[in-house]
Ligand binder design. Structure first.
Ligand code: SAM
Length: 221
């Protein structure tokens, strides 16, 4: 098992205890606001479509459904119970009327995406930090297949400042690893991941993440 998120029994039992916000990492308002602000800084408009890969219990989704035109938000996650909790507990009845439950699909992001259309914005916040480099490559390739020429992928990574083969102490005492969760990559590895999917990676330095993750924008070359 590469990350605790593959232990669906554990996730289900925490969600049954109403701890769906804790399971996906807490900092519910702080990170949800940061993610929405980041998308707006990238010029997200209500008419745009957004695919949130590894969307969890809708920390960002609950805000995006409110902001976007009806049915323009799509999410995938490994854990059905997180999607259910997000839809049923984090969306008000009014917001549920703006989004069909079918827009949220249980899916392993290393497989081809379960949607046929292309999206204007694709986000993967705090997902690659839980995936090996091999898994991350599969995920970025499948995301790139659902991007058009002007699409933007926004994703966070833990970055190793130098040699990626040793453990790194990130901000707030979080230790990241090359080969176990939480995973890091160095800049060259992130740029190569983007390139193998036909994308260009750009580090966005102006955003300060409370856990020290680094935000990248990727787009078609
Ligand atoms: C730290 S949480 C972040 C959730 C959400 N992106 C957010 O920022 O609120 C990581 C999420 O990725 C999901 N996840 C982990 N591995 C995955 C995979 N291979 N495919 C799809 N989702 C995955 C987990 O179930 C979890 O909901």
């Amino acid at each position: 098992m590469t990350s605790k998120y593959y232990d669906t029994e554990r996730v289900d039992s925490l969600v049954a205890e109403h701890r769906h916000r804790v399971v996906i990492g807490g900092l519910w308002e702080e990170l949800g606001d940061l993610q929405l602000t980041t998308l707006k800084q990238m010029n997200l408009q209500p008419h745009n479509s957004v695919l949130d890969v590894g969307c969890g219990s809708l920390r960002l989704g609950s805000k995006l459904v409110a902001y976007l035109e009806p049915q323009n938000y799509f999410g995938t996650d490994l854990n059905t119970s997180l999607l259910d909790a997000g839809y049923e507990r984090e969306l008000s009845p009014d917001l549920r009327r703006k989004l069909d439950r079918a827009n949220l699909v249980a899916h392993d992001a290393t497989q081809s995406l379960p949607f046929q259309q292309e999206f204007d914005f694709l986000v993967a916040f705090s997902l690659f930090t839980h995936l090996s480099i091999e898994q991350s490559e599969l995920v970025i390739r499948s995301i790139a297949e659902r991007m058009h020429g002007r699409s933007q992928l926004l994703a966070t990574f833990f970055v190793a400042p130098g040699d990626p083969n040793t453990a790194v102490e990130q901000r707030k005492g979080i230790v990241t690893y090359p080969d176990r969760d939480p995973f890091h990559l160095n800049k060259a590895q992130i740029e190569k991941l983007a390139q193998t999917a036909g994308l260009t990676a750009e580090e966005l330095v102006h955003t300060s993440h409370p856990r020290g993750q680094t935000l990248y924008k990727m787009h078609a070359k």
